[in-house]
Design a protein around this ligand. Structure first.
Ligand code: PMP
Length: 356
């Protein structure tokens, strides 16, 4: 840290992204990417011709992408916002809707970036503890009187909050914005999009990084009332109007036209998730029922960090979080069936004493 860093940032603790190692080849189950490549249409769309136009700025309005998303989700174009990954959108939400008087409420166990954004923008946060079974304390959110951000399904647990509860939270906080981060909704969750006609204070935030196999392209979108979308546009045009590059706009449009391919992949991932959960449960693990493309698992008497380290040594990367309530767990992204067979076999060996 330099002596020039603003005093308000001196204690900022940045988000720690999952490892993207280059040292050796791992079975990579640590950052919830899709194990499948982007659709063939996407591969064809990013042509030499597309690359050769990179001397020109991209369309700052992202018209093609927004039109396609609007048609796909049955909303007006003025209800769609696109940006450089959903992290960007979440950041914009903190900038647009929070200030010293109006903070953000979020769960104690959830996506780690929310608390970083709160610190970054000096926004008060209300951290609401999940219940013992890691479900959301809906009543506490109802009475928070703040903006709210909820990952649904939640990360890293994979637990889904029923839409009825989201609606209660949105109704109870009419003068605040409720961001529903649906990064993992395509793996069996229920989208809050259906609540938008009744709740003009909900913003649904989505990403192309998971079910649409495009984490490397950085593309996220939000759907909400035209007024809330205009607020996000204000922030975008005050920071980086060209935040989605040409190739990502082209790839994204082709991805929206490839629903069948992505539905099939999501179906395979869901089947592989259930298979993995059953096999690990049979081996003595406690696996939290997940609606996402990952599972959160623990083995009695073996700490999560140890499992993480042994797996890493054996060439399998998973994610471990050190915070007190979840340090016994590891989060395992669902890969291909073959990858999960290797993972399950390795974990079975470790807990039966053969693998360490
Ligand atoms: N929300 C949640 C809950 C996530 O887990 C992630 C992925 N780390 C994101 C948002 C951000 O995804 P992206 O920026 O790749 O769209």
């Amino acid at each position: 840290m330099s002596r020039f860093l603003s005093s308000r940032l001196q204690s900022l603790q940045a988000y720690t992204p999952g490892e993207q190692p280059r040292d050796r080849k791992y079975i990579k189950l640590n950052t919830n990417e899709s194990p499948y490549p982007p659709s063939p249409r996407v591969l064809d769309a990013v042509s030499r011709e597309a690359v050769s136009a990179l001397n020109l700025y991209p369309d700052p309005t992202c018209k093609m992408l927004r039109e396609k998303l609007a048609a796909r989700y049955g909303v007006g174009e003025d209800m769609v916002f696109v940006s450089n990954g959903s992290d960007d959108i979440l950041n914009f939400c903190f900038m647009a809707f929070c200030n010293k008087e109006k903070g953000m409420a979020y769960a104690d166990i959830t996506y780690g970036f929310y608390s970083v954004f709160a610190q970054l923008h000096c926004v008060p946060s209300c951290v609401i503890a999940l219940k013992d079974d890691f479900t959301v304390d809906v009543k506490a959110f109802e009475s928070c009187g703040m903006n709210v951000v909820i990952a649904n399904p939640n990360a890293p647990t994979g637990i889904m909050l029923p839409l009825e509860d989201i609606k209660r939270i949105a109704f109870a906080n009419r003068d605040s914005v409720v961001m529903v981060d649906e990064a993992y909704v395509d793996f069996g969750g229920e989208s809050a999009l259906s609540l938008l006609p009744e709740c003009d204070n909900i913003i649904v935030v989505r990403t192309f990084s998971k079910s649409r196999s495009m984490a490397g392209a950085r593309l996220g979108f939000a759907i909400a009332s035209p007024e809330l979308i205009a607020d996000l546009e204000l922030i975008k045009y005050s920071t980086n109007p060209y935040d989605i590059n040409r190739l990502t706009q082209i790839a994204g449009a082709a991805a929206i036209d490839s629903d069948e391919y992505y539905f099939d992949n999501a179906k395979k991932i869901i089947e592989t998730r259930e298979y993995t959960a059953q096999r690990l449960t049979a081996a003595g693990f406690k696996v939290i029922p997940s609606k996402a493309n990952f599972i959160f698992a623990t083995y009695p008497g073996v700490c999560g960090e140890k499992l993480y380290s042994i797996l890493k040594e054996k060439g399998i990367l998973v994610r471990h979080f050190g915070s007190e309530r979840i340090k016994e767990y590891i989060r395992i992204t669902i890969g291909t069936k073959e990858e999960m067979d290797v993972l399950c076999g390795t974990l079975e060996d470790i807990v039966s004493g053969k693998g360490n």
